[in-house]
Design a protein around this ligand. Structure first.
Ligand code: FEO
Length: 382
């Protein structure tokens, strides 16, 4: 696949993977992208997951034809992109590996081999391939500390490492936004400040194409992608709406959650409901970053909350959950504790607005509870 006249796609699709990074469900697989820049000098941008080395090397060979790669640019050392470095260097030992000081530390640590044919770059350094001048932009913690991006000033292409990627293989057609959100919040949701810092660095550059290490190549009007990233990185809701995240042992908390959803829908409030014991929990996490309001509904369990709710809330707080309106539905047959515990978990989250009309169910939903749920729906619809 041609990205520009001189830049070719040589990545691979992975439909064997069950969990990305051993935790995120990827029913549509994953893409590990890699690119070749053909100029007076040739450069390969990153490698791929270890299970696809052979296919990737074959893609490179068919693009290079009888040429040899001069540079292997390593933008990110996570093994989904670095695990084929050794095989590449075995095939093309004359290639110089381009990275930064942290890259080469990690390379030694991960693979036990410290290469000597290396070019160590610093922030803002350039690499001249002939017609193409590459600029290195460091992007620490987007997603690891050694991450750097590469801007090709000739074709105005930003090789963006993990940023702007998504879950899903590239041979599956689906809109970018939902799976890009679940991917972003999952892997870099905690590092909004670092993403905003990166945006300050690249703010003045003309970008025509974004070549991420995952997902499709982005071109044309890039505004929707940049806007989405700005919202996620600044923890700003994308739209008004309510996420109801619940756990329920015997169905009573579920009943309360569903009643609230009905009341909200009747008031034209966009609502998504997640059963945390059964749903893709990272989908529910992403939803909490999409919408402006979150209702946490949990059973009291061992004087605490039901375990999937704790896992959910800790996934939110470790990703700097903030700037939202929140409410609670608690259930407890003899000593309801869930609301107190959930409030405690959110204690350090910034800029949360707490609803007044929270609901306590004592075992089963009563007529009085139904009125409380209506009051909560009314408050959430304002
Ligand atoms: Fe796609 Fe952070 O590796």
């Amino acid at each position: 696949m041609e990205i520009t006249e001189d830049i070719q796609y040589v990545g691979v699709n992975d439909h064997q993977i069950d969990l990305f990074e051993s935790q995120y469900k990827v029913p549509d697989g994953m893409a590990y992208n890699s690119y070749v820049i053909l100029d007076e000098k040739t450069a390969v941008m990153d490698t791929v997951d270890v299970h696809f080395t052979k296919e990737w090397l074959s893609n490179i060979a068919s693009v290079l034809k009888d040429r040899k790669p001069d540079y292997l640019i390593v933008q990110h050392m996570e093994p989904d992109h670095s695990a084929s470095i050794a095989a590449f260097m075995e095939k093309y030992p004359e290639t110089a590996i381009v990275g930064n000081a942290k890259t080469f530390d990690m390379l030694c640590n991960f693979y036990g081999h410290c290469y000597t044919n290396t070019v160590t770059v610093k922030e803002k350094d350039t690499l001249n391939l002939g017609k193409h001048i590459l600029h290195f932009v460091f992007a620490p913690m987007v997603h690891w500390p050694e991450v750097m991006m590469t801007y090709d000033e000739t074709d105005k292409v930003l090789f963006s490492a993990d940023a702007f990627g998504k879950f899903g293989a590239n041979d599956v057609e689906e809109p970018w936004l939902d799976e890009a959100r679940r991917y972003y919040i999952g892997i870099v949701g905690k590092y909004g400040m670092q993403v905003m810092n990166l945006f300050k660095k690249i703010g003045g550059i003309e970008i025509k194409t974004i070549c991420s290490l995952h997902g499709p190549v982005l071109s044309g009007d890039l505004t929707p992608y940049l806007n989405a990233y700005t919202k996620w990185a600044s923890y700003t809701p994308e739209e008004d709406g309510v996420v109801i995240a619940y756990t329920s042992v015997y169905g009573h908390t579920r009943e309360a959650a569903n009643l609230l959803a009905e009341e909200l829908t009747a008031r034209d409030v966009k609502t998504e409901v997640y059963d945390l014991a059964r749903c893709d929990i990272h989908q529910a996490v992403a939803a909490a970053y999409k919408y402006s309001k979150v209702v946490f509904a949990s059973t009291t369990y061992n004087a605490d909350i039901f375990p999937p709710m704790r896992f959910y809330m800790e996934n939110l707080t470790e990703r700097n959950f903030q700037n939202r309106t929140v409410a609670f539905i608690q259930n407890g047959s003899w000593a309801p504790m869930a609301e107190k515990v959930m409030r405690g978990i959110l204690e350090k989250s910034k800029n949360l607005t707490y609803c007044e009309h929270n609901v306590t169910v004592k075992s089963a939903v009563t007529e009085a509870n139904k009125e409380e749920i209506k009051a909560l729906a009314e408050e959430l619809s304002k």
